[in-house]
Design a protein around this ligand. Structure first.
Ligand SMILES: Cc1cc2nc3c(=O)[nH]c(=O)nc-3n(C[C@H](O)[C@H](O)[C@H](O)COP(=O)(O)OP(=O)(O)OC[C@H]3O[C@@H](n4cnc5c(N)ncnc54)[C@H](O)[C@@H]3O)c2cc1C
Length: 340
C-alpha cells in the first residue's frame, strides 16, 4: 500500500542539527510492501531519495528536492541461542539507546558500550557505529533491506556490509539504494566486559567498580557521554563531525617530532589513529563561533548550531576547520555525518 505522501514537509524536527529545511516529498514506511508501492509512483520517478532514521548523523544543507523516507519498522524479537550467541531481531525504526537498555533488562548484554548513541537501529550499520572500545560489527549478524533497483528485499551478511571504521558499503556502492528494515544482532552468550578504553576504565575506578557488570558499563558510558557531549534536544549537533584520521607510523613520527603532545592510538599493523579533537583544539578552533554555528567548547570534534544556523553556515565552519587543520598538520579531516 502506498504510504501517505506529504508535500513541502518541514524537516527541522527530523534532524538533530535542527536545520530548518523542507522536503519536497516525505513519507513514513514500515515495511517492504510500502517501499514497493513508492517505487511504482510516477510522481516520484527519477527524484533523489533520502532515507531517514533519527536524523542524528546528517547535515542538511538546503531544501531536499526529492523524497524523504522515514523508516519506522518496529519490533524486537528474541530468536534464542545457537553457537556462542543470542540472536535478536530488531526493527530499523526502533530507537537505538532504548533497544540497548531493553536488551540489558532482558539479560541480553553486549551493546552497553554503545549506550546513548542517538538515532535508530536501522542506521547503526550505515557507519558501523562505535564508541568506548566497541563497534556494531562485533555484535552484528545480518540485516534485511529493500533494494530500490531490483525492487526486492534482500538479506545481507556482515561480510556483504563491508564494515570499516565509521564505514560500510551503504556509504559507498549502495548509498541511497537500500533501505534497512530489520537488523539481527548476535550477542555473546559468554559475556565479558569491554572496559579497556581509558575513559571507561577511569569512570569505573572512580565508582570503585573492580568487576563490572554490563549494567555498570552502561551506567559509566551514559555518565561519561552526558558530561562530554551536548544533548541535541538542547543544542543542535550531530555528535563527532569529523572522523579520527589514521596515519602511517612514519607520518606519526614526523608529527610527534613537531607536536610532542599529539594524541594518537596505535592500531594493529603500525598505523596510528589520531584524535581529531586534539588537532582542532591545537588549531585554535575549540569554542569558535562563526555566525550561528560553532565548535563545541567541551569537545572540539562536535560542531553545534548555536540557534537558527543554516546547514550552509555549519558546512562553512566545517570547511574552515578542515583548512586550518590541513594548514597546521597536513591532514585533511573527513566529515562523519552524511552531507545532503
Ligand atoms: C550527541 C551525538 C552523539 C553521537 N555519538 C556517536 C558515537 O559515539 N558513535 C557513532 O558511531 N555515532 C555517533 N553519533 C552519530 C549518530 O548518532 C549515529 O551515526 C546513528 O547511527 C545515526 O542514526 P540515525 O537514525 O539518526 O541516522 P540518520 O541521521 O537518520 O541517517 C544517517 C545515515 O544513515 C542512513 N539511514 C538511516 N536509516 C537508514 C535505514 N533504515 N536504511 C538505510 N539507510 C539509512 C541515512 O540515509 C544517512 O545516510 C552521535 C550523534 C549525536 C547527535
Amino acid at each position: 500500500m502506498l504510504p501517505t505522501l506529504h508535500e513541502q514537509f518541514p524537516l527541522r524536527g527530523f534532524n538533530t542539527f535542527a536545520v530548518d529545511v523542507r522536503a519536497r516529498w516525505f513519507c513514513r514506511v514500515h515495511g517492504a510492501d510500502e517501499l514497493a508501492a513508492l517505487a511504482g509512483d510516477p510522481r516520484l520517478d527519477g527524484l533523489p531519495r533520502l532515507v531517514l532514521g533519527g536524523g542524528s548523523n546528517l547535515l542538511l544543507t538546503g531544501d531536499f528536492d526529492g523524497l524523504v523516507i522515514k523508516v519506522e519498522s518496529a519490533g524486537l524479537r528474541d530468536l534464542g541461542a545457537s553457537g556462542d550467541a543470542f540472536h535478536v531481531e530488531v526493527g530499523a525504526g526502533e530507537n537505538w539507546h532504548a533497544t540497548v537498555e531493553r536488551l540489558l533488562a532482558m539479560d541480553r548484554p553486549g551493546l552497553e558500550n554503545l549506550a546513548l548513541i542517538p538515532g535508530d537501529c536501522g542506521a547503526a550499520p550505515i557507519q558501523n557505529i562505535g564508541a568506548y572500545g566497541l563497534e556494531l560489527a562485533e555484535r552484528f549478524e545480518s540485516l534485511l533491506a529493500w533494494d530500490f533497483e531490483t525492487r526486492q528485499a534482500v538479506c545481507m551478511s556482515a561480510s556483504e556490509c563491508d564494515f570499516g571504521y565509521r564505514d560500510s558499503v551503504f556509504r559507498h556502492a549502495l548509498a541511497d539504494r537500500r533501505v534497512i528494515l530489520v537488523v539481527t544482532l548476535a550477542l555473546p552468550r559468554q559475556w565479558q566486559p569491554v572496559a579497556g578504553y581509558a575513559d571507561v576504565a577511569h569512570e569505573l575506578k572512580a565508582r570503585s567498580v573492580a568487576q563490572p557488570t554490563a549494567r555498570d558499563i552502561f551506567d559509566a558510558v551514559v555518565a561519561i557521554r552526558r558530561r562530554k557531549l551536548p544533548d541535541p534536544a538542547v543544542i543542535g549537533n550531530a555528535g563527532s563531525f569529523f572522523k579520527n584520521p589514521i596515519v602511517s607510523r612514519d607520518q606519526h613520527r614526523a608529527l610527534i617530532a613537531h607536536h610532542p603532545s599529539l594524541v594518537g592510538y596505535p592500531l594493529p599493523g603500525g598505523r596510528v589513529k589520531l584524535a581529531a579533537a586534539w588537532l582542532i583544539d591545537a588549531a585554535g578552533l575549540r569554542g569558535a563561533t562563526r555566525g550561528r554555528a560553532g565548535v563545541y567548547e567541551k569537545q572540539a570534534l562536535v560542531l553545534v548550531n548555536r540557534g537558527g544556523a543554516t546547514g550552509a553556515e555549519i558546512l562553512a565552519l566545517a570547511r574552515e576547520v578542515q583548512e586550518k587543520v590541513a594548514e597546521k598538520f597536513g591532514i585533511w579531516l573527513e566529515p562523519e555525518p552524511v552531507i545532503v
